[in-house]
Design a protein around this ligand. Sequence first.
Ligand code: CAA
Length: 257
Amino acid sequence: MPLEHIIVEQEPPVGIIRINRPKVLNALNFHLIREIVETLEAFDKDDGLKVTVLTGNDDAFSAGADIKELSEATPVELIKRNQFALWDRMKKISKPIIGAVSGYALGGGCELAMACDIIIASETAKFGQPEINIGIMPGAGGTQRLTRALGKYRAMEMILTGQHITAREAEKHGLVNRVVPVESYYQEAKKLARQIADKGPIATRLAKDAILKAFETGLDEGLQFERRNFYLLFSTEDMKEGMQAFIDKRSAQFKGR
Ligand code: CAA
């Protein structure tokens, strides 16, 4: 099916997804989320692509769920549509996703940014969960991921007041990796993507997997999981190549095997 709401580009080894509903500040409708998730799944299967950059435009990463679409919804329709199953599929993507965020990242837009593995923000980025202002609450992970990123007290204030925070505040409190000028956030995200793409893809995948486990398990179980992934890497050609390259004083040529 042709893509209606996103623009997809490939600059191997980097895949790029650009949210493209500028007239509504990249508001997220059901089809848009489906397009993002299906594209991420296709990138995940493509050996030529190692990292994805997910972005919007300079004014808006995304201003959240499409309120016009949501305003018509009944609980039964929401259950039938099962939109959050799409978000759960995004959690299963094995390659790293870098959010390149400028302008508004609100509601579902903030949740989409937080579903990325790394966030590069422009100086103009604004993060918030303003759902409370329209009589609802975050539904795509905001209460969980914002709380894990900022701690209970800041998350509570943001979600209960609906107020935005600036990119600099987000950086100070650990919600984003770094803040750069609006002219360079997208290039910076692609540069970082290429840097990660140079590493062994199996090690990258298993390391991402283990880091995400830290949010789901206690320390002991997480350490066991990490150890298993660590041992597994000693069965790869990439491990032999990486160590030999260090000994030979040359750069490693990883093959993902
Ligand atoms: N849904 C649908 N349309 C939206 C939208 C949204 N979330 N956000 C903005 N738009 C539309 C506006 O309706 C407007 O369209 P028209 O030109 O046709 O009137 C256009 O985008 C430009 O928006 P504004 O004129 O409002 O621009 P602004 O610069 O004055 O304000 C803003 C920008 C502060 C982001 C404001 O648009 C806003 O508050 N938007 C809503 C943000 C929000 O509440 N997001 C949460 C949605 S619920 C959610 O996300 C649930 C969940 O967790 C899954």
